[in-house]
Ligand binder design. Structure first.
Ligand code: PLP
Length: 474
């Protein structure tokens, strides 16, 4: 019997191809392939085309703003290589990230070291490799840079002060308050440092487009102070914060409209200011889905799954196993990835997830979903409605590309999921025109082909054909 991916929280919704093209087929065919090999490991699927489309959309809607991808968001080599090939710049936060980008033969001029609080040895590394554009927001950082890299081109990160809803606040940690901008610029002047620009970050996963308008206006104020002090100002960096998944409370289009209007007003094109941004989640969130295996299951009374299971010392005990005839059963499912792995985003990124299952039964039960470790904290969803699932079946989570795989651990010896990459043949040819099109002879139309990343992840080659419609990386 052929199942459809069913969203857990709505009343049995079948995901249409138009909404998420072919993803259910891709997940299903990968499951079939893995099960045939006896594998029950969790896996990511990355739709490379989704990333490429995001780049096109960015360039169409924000033509004045050059994106410097925030590597921290997803350090996957295929993501990075794709963005390198598409000519993006990169926002790096550490020596490790700078090294990753330089390994791709990217010119140091395409990197901004956008961490206002840098380790000394990392600054030396940046200096040695010619990565001279970097942010600062405090005096100690200026003293450090004077000592280690006095010729660096410095970008003052200001604190946007307009209160807006964001998924992850950053202003509690970084950014120079407007009241302190003059003093900090005077310190830079005293140290004879080279301030060339202003940056800000409105917060990651911003939920109100107006945040960008207010921040650009504030940047203009700081810009004027710097210009009056004699700094030769050339660069505005509007940071990250752009949402990456369709369900976001604000669309990229809305943000682009507001940002373009603010730029036109405060930094018009005639001013010839170079404008860059540091988007992370925008490029990768929707490109990745995660599929996990249900490794264990427990039937419990509904009140337990509803929340009592979390009460320490609950008189009922944690798991009331014996159901009365009035109890509707509810289920606890244990998956082979969790909070210590890819779902760390639930804690660190304040993310919300929405599982889909390969089961189109209309009968839904109160359920909770847990990770594989021995920690009671390792809970993915405290409560959701799902059809009854069995051990060995799979759950699928869309929009898992941002701040997930980059921060996962192997706590309790749990492995990190493999990643399989998907790309249409047409796009493949555009991305890799120089490569021998071995796959073309056997490729069926434009059906998305599954590609498995092995040792050569990120290089996209060599490619072997293993089935008419599949490309597999060696
Ligand atoms: N730039 C800096 C300095 C950041 O700290 C972050 C995220 O933490 C980003 C860019 C990327 O933000 P986002 O993924 O929201 O675009």
């Amino acid at each position: 019997m052929k199942h459809h991916l069913t969203a857990a929280t709505s009343a049995v919704k079948v995901i249409q191809d138009a909404v998420m093209p072919n993803i259910s087929e891709m997940v299903e065919s990968k499951i079939v392939e893995l099960e045939a090999k006896g594998s029950d490991e969790a896996f990511f699927i990355c739709d490379v085309g989704d990333i490429v489309n995001k780049v096109s959309k960015w360039r169409e809607l924000l033509p004045r703003v050059a994106p410097f991808y925030a590597v921290k968001c997803n350090t996957d080599e295929t993501v990075v290589k794709t963005l390198v090939d598409l000519g993006l710049g990169f926002d790096c936060a550490s020596k490790g990230e700078i090294a990753q980008i330089l390994r791709h033969d990217v010119s140091p001029s395409r990197i901004i070291y956008a961490n206002p609080c840098k380790q000394r040895s990392f600054v030396k590394y940046a200096a040695k490799h010619g990565v001279d554009l970097m942010t600062f927001d405090n005096e100690a950082e200026l003293v450090k840079i004077k000592d280690l890299f006095p010729s660096a081109r410095l970008v003052l990160r200001i604190l946007p002060t307009t209160q807006v809803q964001v998924q992850c606040e950053l202003g509690n940690k970084f950014g120079c308050h407007p009241d302190n901008v003059l003093q900090l610029l005077l310190k830079a002047q005293e140290l004879d440092l080279n301030v060339v620009g202003i940056s800000f970050h409105v917060g990651s996963g911003v939920e109100e487009a107006k945040a960008f308008y207010h921040a650009v206006r504030q940047a203009r104020d700081a810009w004027e102070l710097a210009t009056e002090l004699g700094f030769d100002m050339t660069l505005l960096d509007v940071g990250g914060g752009f949402p990456g998944q369709k369900s976001a409370p604000v669309t990229f289009e809305e943000i682009a409209d507001v940002l373009n209007a603010a730029l036109d007003l405060y930094f018009p094109e005639e001013s010839e200011v170079e404008v860059i941004a540091e988007p992370g989640r925008y490029f990768v969130a929707s490109a990745f889905s995660l599929t996990c295996n249900i490794i264990a299951k427990r039937s419990v009374a509904r009140d337990v799954a509803d929340g009592n299971a979390f009460e320490v010392g609950s008189p009922d005990g944690y798991h009331k196993q014996v159901l009365t005839k009035n109890d509707e059963p509810s289920f606890m499912y244990y998956l082979n990835d969790g909070l210590y792995g890819s779902f760390n985003s639930l804690m660190y990124d304040h993310a919300k997830v929405d599982p889909c299952v390969l089961n189109d039964s209309p009968c839904l039960f109160t359920s909770s979903v847990w990770g594989p470790t021995c920690d009671g904290l390792d809970c993915i969803m405290k409560e959701c409605r799902l059809p009854e699932m069995e051990v060995g079946q799979w759950m699928f989570f869309p929009d898992m590309g941002a701040y997930t795989m980059c921060a996962g651990s192997t706590f309790n010896g749990m492995p990190r999921p493999a990643c399989f990459y998907v790309c249409t043949a047409k796009l493949w040819r555009e991305l890799r025109p120089e490569e021998e099109p071995v796959q073309e002879k056997r490729h069926c139309g434009e059906f998305p082909a599954l590609m498995q990343a092995g040792q050569n992840a990120g290089t996209f080659g060599p490619i072997n054909c293993c089935a008419d419609e599949e490309l597999v990386l060696a």
